[in-house]
Design a protein around this ligand. Sequence first.
Ligand code: RP5
Length: 162
Amino acid sequence: MIEVGIVMGSNSDWEVMQHAARVLKEFSVAFETRVVSAHRTPDLLFHYAETARERGLSAIIAGAGGAAHLPGMLAAKTTIPVLGVPVPSRYLRGEDSLLSIVQMPKGIPVATFAIGEAGAANAALFALAMLAVSRPELADALADFRRRQEEAVLAMTLPEVE
Ligand code: RP5
């Protein structure tokens, strides 16, 4: 069963959003990927959000750039948690995306992550952490992941000064 939906406003967002997919794949959590544009395919957006719960999704990771209303509009139409990823935009480097996603008015929350690749990967890790609340094997896998990260940093060396 698909557990997490990864949606994005355009296939041009894939370069960033693939990092969410890669993390979920690494942890063997089933996900789907879809292009859903808030302003270009609004009916599809409503349909996706309205059917998310009955299809068994536990979280939706939504990435968009510019006036990025995709995460907020999805959150308006479903009570499944929506994790927003600001995609870097051409002219404002994603600051527009970030502010559009993070500044949700009170009442309809969107959990907002960093601009770009780090945000996409962290949104997936956050979705895993939510699933891991009731799944000990996922909690163990997350702990392992952190241990490996820690070991990698501890093994880092720096060049000698000449
Ligand atoms: C947004 O407009 C998308 O999320 C994308 O980040 C941006 C540009 O879309 P394209 O013109 O590349 O399709 O809706």
